[in-house]
Design a protein around this ligand. Structure first.
Ligand code: G6P
Length: 489
């Protein structure tokens, strides 16, 4: 904005994402209680200066009646949120089906669904139609609230069809689209039956953003190979029109974590945890219970470490927080039982009457408890099989100012590109390598820990979520201004 001379003016920004940053609970026919979930995106946008942002998205609940819908719309308006109401059938086909059973695994290199392949193929078309219908429903809400000059920022794989809906309605809308997951190699992407239609829609946006340069490169190469378009250093060109494609690595609001560590409540948690685990090293995993997070592989690597290093048996504990997610999708249900089975077996094998090696929790923690856990643990294990960025690794580093704990990080997480020099990078599929890295982390000299931590901490505290959002919006404004100049010349 500084560069555009917009300082002092508020630019309206419509953020469109599948999920609103609130959890809504119905307390009566026309009464809702709302809780803001302060995830990365929310704090990123709260920190962007000179922008007046509103969110459009699904509230995550089914509200079949008009009274309930009106009451929820009113309550959300106070939080600058605008709901898109999706009924159960569309949620089933669009969200559980096309988004989470097809696009999500494919974008994380797990391929199209393996089991029940025939059924999936038969359902494919109806799920894709539901996906397009749902995207159109998001677009309808955008049209209703759009004012000339607004920036519209569409987020993630749920809304790949949205840029087309928006531009078909009004070609002058400023539209950006950002993907929070990896964009896979074009060799994987091209297996998707609706590959061309989705690419063409995304290309309707003025600016397309990814977390890493590799994802941007994969996207451009999918456009050249599948659509036969020309890839340039700036993006993708189609009949003289350029869609700008670039990498914008996200960050966190590191100050929020640093501030939290000063709170009495967090210090109390830290003391409790320090006493509880006195005499043992503590390793931490915090993940959504998702197959891309590699939780079974991580636990098996820990088992191998215990097997090969019996002296460590009662001197180390792994705390694994596995936040339940997408619990209506059968793959996720299977994963839960699989993880429980492995944890039970390992605790049975290595536990004693007084201690078990793995504490596994199937739930989320509140922010203060999470900060305390990040602060007291000696090692964090982020071993995703694939991950767009992975901000748990950033949050851990932000809370390790005094302890200088070690981060073991998957080379397949976007974060490996920024924290690679400070973390121990691992291939999460190689259980022996992860087990050896656990030993390395637990026995690392204070000097090496300090050096590694310093590198990561400098990165996490200087590449913040606010910078990320500000850079994207600024780049979108500039891209549109340049395109207008070109057409005038
Ligand atoms: C990933 C996606 C987000 C999504 C989040 C939680 O981080 O990139 O778009 O909101 O997972 O998943 P859920 O399905 O619960 O919204």
């Amino acid at each position: 904005f500084r560069r555009l001379g917009l300082r002092g003016m508020k630019q309206r920004l419509l953020v469109v994402a599948n999920r609103l940053p609130v959890s809504a609970n119905r307390r009566g026919e026309d009464h809702w209680s709302l809780e803001i979930s302060a995830g990365g995106l929310v704090s990123a946008l709260l920190g962007v200066k000179d922008v007046d942002a509103k969110w459009i998205g699904w509230a995550g609940v089914n509200v079949p009646d008009e009274i309930g819908q009106r009451a929820l719309t009113r309550a959300l308006a106070e939080k600058r949120c605008i709901p898109v109401f999706l009924d159960e059938e569309i949620v089933h086909q669009y969200y559980n089906g096309y988004c989470n059973n097809i696009l999500w695994p494919l974008f994380h290199y797990l391929g199209l669904p393996q089991e029940d392949r025939l059924a999936t193929t038969r359902n494919f078309e109806s799920q894709f139609n539901a996906y397009k219908r749902a995207n159109q429903m998001f677009a309808d809400v955008v049209y209703e609230h759009y004012q000339e000059g607004d920036v519209i920022w569409c987020h993630d794989y749920h809304l790949m069809f949205l840029p087309k809906c928006l531009k078909d309605h009004n070609i002058n809308m400023k539209v950006g689209w950002f993907l929070h997951t990896p964009f896979p190699s074009s060799e994987i992407y091209r297996t998707l039956p609706s590959r061309s239609e989705l690419l063409r829609s995304v290309l309707c946006a003025d600016l397309v953003g990814f977390h890493t340069y590799d994802y941007a490169r994969h996207f451009v190469s999918a456009c050249t190979r599948i659509l036969g378009l020309e890839g340039t250093p700036e993006g993708v060109e189609d009949q003289g029109r350029l869609t700008r494609v670039a990498a914008f690595p996200i960050g966190i609001d590191s100050e929020r974590f640093k501030r939290a560590l000063e709170l009495t409540a967090v210090k109390r948690h830290i003391n409790e945890l320090t006493q509880r685990f006195a005499g043992r090293k503590v390793m931490l995993g915090v993940d959504r219970l998702d197959m891309i997070k590699g939780i079974p592989q991580k636990i098996l690597a820990f088992e191998k470490f215990l097997e090969e290093n019996p002296l460590w048996n009662d001197k180390v504990v792994l705390l694994q927080i596995a936040v339940p997610t997408r619990t209506d999708v059968p793959e996720y249900q299977k994963l839960t039982s699989q993880v429980h089975e492995i944890v039970g077996r390992i605790n049975g094998r290595f536990g004693t009457l007084t201690a078990v090696p793995i504490h596994h929790l199937d739930r989320s923690l509140d922010f203060h408890a999470l900060c305390a856990l990040y602060a007291v643990t000696d090692v964090a294990l982020v071993t995703s099989l694939r991950d767009g960025m992975n901000l748990v690794s950033y949050e851990y580093v932000a809370c390790q100012g005094s302890k200088k704990g070690v981060l073991i990080l998957s080379e397949f997480a976007g974060a490996a590109q920024s924290l690679g020099a400070g973390a121990i990078l691992v291939n999460p599929w190689n259980i022996t390598e992860v087990a050896n890295s656990i030993r390395h982390a637990l026995t690392m000299s204070p000097d090496e820990r300090e050096k590694r931590h310093r590198h990561n901490y400098a990165h996490v505290t200087t590449h913040t979520a606010q910078d990320w959002a500000e850079t994207f919006v600024c780049e979108l404004n500039e891209t549109v201004a340049e395109a207008q100049l070109r057409t005038r010349q």
